[in-house]
Design a protein around this ligand. Sequence first.
Ligand code: BES
Ligand code: ZN
Length: 882
Amino acid sequence: MAEKQSIEQFKSQPRLPKFAIPRRYDLFLKSDLSACTFAGTTQITVDVVDKTKFLVLNAADLSVQNGSVWFKSPGSSEICPSEVVLVEEDEILVLRFDEFLPHGEGVLRIGFQGTLNDKMKGFYRSVYEHNGEKKNMAVTQFEPADARRCFPCWDEPAFKATFKITLEVPSSLVALSNMPVSHEKLDGPVKTLSFQESPIMSSYLVAVVIGLFDYVEASTSDGIKVRVYCQVGKSSQGKFALDVAVKTLDLYKKYFAVPYSLPKLDMVAIPDFAAGAMENYGLVTYRETALLFDDRQSAASNKQRVAVVVAHELAHQWFGNLVTMEWWTHLWLNEGFATWVSYLAADSLFPEWKVWTQFVDEATIGLRLDALAESHPIEVDINHASEIDEIFDAISYKKGASVIRMLQSYLGAECFQRSLASYIKRFSCSNAKTEDLWAVLEEGSGEPVKMLMNSWTKQKGYPVVYANVNDGKLELEQAQFLSSGSEGNGQWIVPISLCYGSYASQKKFLLKAKSEKLDVPELINSFDSNNKSFWVKFNVDQTGFYRVKYDHNLAARLRYAIEANQLSPTDRFGVLDDSFALCMACKQTLSSLLSLMASFSQENEYTVLSQIITISYKVINTAADATPQLLADIKQFLITLLSRSAERLGWDPKNNEGHLDAMLRGELLTALVQLGHDVTIKEAVRRFYAFLDDRNTELLCPDIRKASYVAVMKTVNSSNKQGYESLLRVYRETDLSQEKGRILSTLASSSDPTVVLDALNFLLSSEVRNQDAIQGLGGINREGRDVAWTWLKENWEYISKTWGSGFLITIFVSSIVSPFSSDEKASEIEQFFVTRTKPSISRTVKQSIERVRNNAKWVESIRSDESLGDIVKELANRKSLL
Ligand code: BES
Ligand code: ZN
């Protein structure tokens, strides 16, 4: 009984006990790809550092044979545990020995078996076609906590060890792991590959891929071999990513002042893949859409996605793999940094893409999520493995990257880089916490980094700074911004920057208190002279993670500055997006937002126009609920606003045109189609049918295909489904994932509920890979939201079974729930999930319901906006906004 009780002590613990530490894994795996099974042994060199009769490590979904387990310390014979217990709910394997284990190193051996699952995690199977035949490949995806589904291990990031991997595979297949092969033994139909022992690393970065592949190869200036592996016959699609990878490795070596630490880097396209990509040490795995680029069939946006994802995963080879977070609470150190650094790399490789301008759009996604009461701090408590998946969210990635950018801009680029390099050096082959990074940066800069940054990483949310000019003084006051319109009680140390009249006059300081009055004599004098063209813009270049609400006078002057083209694109974006957010939070009227939008009539910048489009979608969807009688006029205004740029760009690519114009053309045409602009719809449909006749037609280049597909879906209804069927034909005939994705993302965009239902059911069919179903949800319009919700409820059991073990399920919930805008719906949704919530979706459910309630408030506030009707009429009647 006493012994039993001691097994109990290991249950329901957030972390493994630390009385034994793994140092080295000798892992053997062999798999049967047709039977979808695998078996293996792991011999783990463990250092027993405390008095114990137990060894406790992780294991899940594995069968471990009692007789296969023994422990051997040097000089003594093997001892077997008297009890081997796999505790399912805690995913731990507890080994109880009758005697105390000797201190020091010993070897633990465990034999195990498992199934190559179809859940895209652990050791799983992915399906590809070769010569018309379906075949399985075997792939690992271990982050965050699924190495334990492949072999018993200490599956926490701080238990770093070396890995010596051996694989037995069919001779005809390619088998890859983190390190290069050191020895190969061919034995008829099977071969045994031994890989070199890795440097010390965390278990979540171990990887194995077994299948049939072609590759392209190149070397870095240091002679590191880089390869891109893809489906047989597609290797030319790997060239772009290969080139990006080679250049990026050279760049990071300089930036971090530490070379890439492994002898090779492989990057592999996997047909079934839950995330976008995974940074396994030396063996990075990708969705096909995030790695492959086809010169003729891929769009400019696809190209940018590939470059950014590659740059992101390679950043992890330093930030994450070489220096690893101590626990998942510090996940943002991995993801926030990789996101930020990927922009640095993309900007250096492709300056014409202006990715730092595009970054503000990324930041906005973080700002939106973090304006919910149900947001979480960047540093978040994690008490169970099942809670980890949900924090791979916009807080860790986008807010994380944004607060890094904010800090870099406060400390200066050089000082920041120097300190980062020392951080990487100091924590190489080890683990770090958030405060370790602050300490290094504090040392390098002499600034109070820890105090400043704690306010951003340890509490959720962010401030809105109210800026008022009063009695010859500039008054600033901060309050927590919430999209519900209420005020939270958070307070921050805000790095304020402002420029006035021109970018030559700037000021920077820390706002530490709730409010502060400033004497800026030059500024106030210019106001006194009542010079209407004098403006003040806070948060210069949008480097700070906060919003600004200007008083009436300041706001009017900024509108003038926008019209007079005196603000940078990022600052124009900032003024617009802050205004949009304040409007959704009912702190500003829709009429004032629309008037501000009208001042963007001369806008040419990709990122700004793209945001105007995003705002337009949200505005028309909400207006449709709030003031349907004004909808047509609002649409007319938005069409006029976007038409000038659409006309400038036309339908066909111009010779040598820029990347941003190519992306912008597609987004503008899609928006005009969505807004119901007849001329655009007709032309889009015409071009689609030309494409249907001839897939090589010049009339429908990849950048504008989505616009055509949406237009086609607008022509479809329950009695005429021809357009939908034609789209399905293109879907079935293409073998490019990006093309499949483009089509999926539009199939549900019909306004006829029966067609939407067909499309949603198609997503669940065997013709759509599980990884891709979520793409289809993005296409659901306001007209489809009711049928989508009913569909979600009816299929919940299946959806939850199929996608519920990963983070993809959260996308089902958020994309179907969030578009609603009434309190009754919010309650109905709440009711539905009461009995269906699990730790892995609970945060998303709460956030989505909160969004619905916020939408409802916004609808009410729009209804009470008395000047809206007149303003909308006036804006709609302007033939052009010139
Ligand atoms: N480490 C992640 C992959 C991951 C995500 C593993 C979620 C487990 C759960 C990887 O580095 C990553 O962030 N991938 C991104 C792409 C990136 C460019 C933002 C992704 O998968 O979307
Ligand atoms: Zn990442």
